[in-house]
Write a protein that binds this ligand. Structure first.
Ligand SMILES: Cc1cc2nc3c(=O)[nH]c(=O)nc-3n(C[C@H](O)[C@H](O)[C@H](O)COP(=O)(O)O)c2cc1C
Ligand SMILES: [Mn+2]
Length: 485
């Protein structure tokens, strides 16, 4: 297995600079300016630049915010030690294979790390030291944690979970937490709360790219995300033992805190509003009508000149994570379910899932579409599944729309299915359903394929073939500035 060309976020940034565009921006304000710049840059196609904000208004030089590290698939490839020269669809597959074949390797405790260059404890704890950002115009506060991971340990047994949950900066030593129902971090906290205890936690900000990626990927309950990271990087992840909690702290983190989450009956706060990935304010206290847990912060550790990582979600037209491992996981799940000749899978946010097949028999497209509705990698928070033929690249939205516009007969090629698994985040959730906690929604499956029975009579496409295009662009590529990648 290839090893990674970097050891931490800083090392990754240097590698990412070699394969894609990046900019350092001085003097932006954490209140509105950074968020607007990031969103505008994230709308650039095909590969938004990585942005490093420095000399943020009111903050010393060196206290930086990193944005859009994974908004270009070439940078995601570098993060996983894959070749940035491959196509996006090839990378979806390679990444899934890498994740699947990785054998868990437990982390290794080390004594020293640059994370301990600055130790701030007790009354000195002040989280306003970091340039936490108000990302979207109507966010209810500043968020320090978006590119973060929360680590806590199950009361029973030895299970240690790692999950990415956003964190609002309520006070110098108080963070707000939004862990949606069923999240592992929340399930663990609840066991402590049932006994009237606070749950000890560690949170890291500014993460090793593989730690971040696995932290926001659904790994089965009871399986250690940290061991999974070790498997992917091919050696044990180095950790420190938290001096106060004994919990593992990835030594490569830029910033970490230790603290505890009291039972919400003892302490909780309104959370949000916060712009969500569907592009609306719909989660947290707005979505549930309830105040949310908080973290009482007891210690801060950080590297000199720390980098805060921004992974705040944006509306679906602005891409923040250009290549999500979930697509590859779904691809594997479809094949495990026996769907043959799946040639591509991609999720353009959970709401639009595209599966490309080489049709082998009538009914094949329906089989693939209905399976995609229910696989664990795509069942939650869905809305549309689109099945396309093998000439359509599911990662390419223009091609997917073309297939939907030209190969679907709306009267006969769309299935509607009700009562599927959604969440309070869904902006289309009617108020009465939300109040009744009926978090389900309906789905449409589009069969945007040439009808199998008369596929040979379907008009031929007029678009220049990929092969011809490649040859001619090679010849005239200097004349017209075709984007690379
Ligand atoms: C940038 C980003 C932010 C996220 N924020 C939240 C959040 O605030 N609350 C939440 O419940 N899930 C959030 N998620 C999804 C979880 O990280 C994901 O479901 C993960 O699997 C949770 O870990 P767990 O499965 O161990 O609970 C976020 C994902 C990403 C990529
Ligand atoms: Mn988990």
């Amino acid at each position: 297995m290839e090893t990674l060309a970097y050891n931490d976020l800083r090392g990754f940034i240097e590698e990412a600079k070699k394969v894609s565009d990046w900019r350092e921006i001085d003097g932006a304000d954490w209140d509105g300016e950074i968020g607007a710049l990031v969103e505008t840059a994230a709308e650039l196609v095909p590969q938004p630049p990585m942005l490093i904000f420095n000399r943020i208004k009111g903050y010393p030089a060196g206290f930086r915010v990193l944005s859009l590290p994974y908004a270009a698939y070439k940078r995601v490839a570098v993060a996983f030690g894959l070749s940035p020269e491959k196509s996006k669809l090839e990378l979806v597959r390679l990444l899934a294979k890498k994740m699947k074949s990785a054998k868990p390797i437990p982390p290794q405790v080390v004594k020293n790390s640059p994370l301990m260059e600055n130790v701030i404890e007790g009354d000195k704890v002040d989280l306003f030291k970091f340039p936490a950002v108000r990302f979207h115009e109507q966010d209810g506060g500043r968020y320090i944690g978006t590119g973060d991971c929360l680590i806590n340990a199950d009361l029973e047994g030895k299970f240690i979970n790692v999950g990415t949950y956003r964190m609002q900066l309520h006070d110098r030593n108080l963070l707000g937490l939004w862990m949606s129902p069923g999240q592992h971090g929340r399930l663990i906290c609840m066991k402590y709360w049932e006994q009237g205890k606070s749950c000890p936690v560690v949170v890291n900000f500014g993460l090793h790219p593989v730690v971040f990626s696995i932290s926001h990927t659904k790994i089965a309950w009871g399986r250690s995300e940290l061991d999974q990271v070790g498997g992917i990087i091919g050696r044990p992840l180095e950790i420190l033992r938290g001096p106060l909690t004994g919990l593992p702290i990835p030594a490569s983190s830029e910033i970490a805190i230790e603290g505890e989450v009291p039972p919400p009956s003892v302490e909780s706060r309104p959370e949000g509003p916060f712009g969500e990935w569907p592009g609306y304010y719909s989660g947290g206290t707005l979505g549930t009508g309830e105040p949310q847990p908080v973290i009482r912060v007891k210690a801060i550790y950080h590297r000199n000149d720390p980098i805060l990582e921004d992974e705040a979600p944006l509306w679906p037209g602005a891409v923040k994570i250009d290549l999500n491992p979930t697509a590859g996981i779904l691809w594997d799940q479809l094949e495990s379910a026996g769907i043959q000749d799946v040639v591509g899978v991609y999720n353009h946010t959970p709401y639009l899932c595209v599966v490309a097949i080489k049709q082998r028999y009538s009914g094949h497209a329906k089989q693939a579409g209905l399976a995609a509705l229910s696989c664990s990698a795509s069942a939650r928070n869905g809305r549309y599944v689109v099945v396309v033929d093998e000439d359509i690249d599911p990662t390419n939205m223009k091609e997917v729309l073309w297939a939907m516009m030209t190969r679907v007969d709306p009267a006969t090629n769309i299935d509607l299915i009700d009562k599927c698994w959604s969440t309070p985040l869904d902006p289309r959730m009617p108020p009465d359903k939300r109040a009744a906690k009926d978090h389900t929604n309906s789905r449409a499956v589009f069969y945007a394929v040439r009808p199998f029975e008369w596929r040979d009579k379907f008009p031929k496409t007029s678009r220049t073939s990929r092969e011809m295009r490649e040859q001619i662009v090679k010849k005239f590529g200097d004349v017209i500035p075709f984007p690379k990648g």
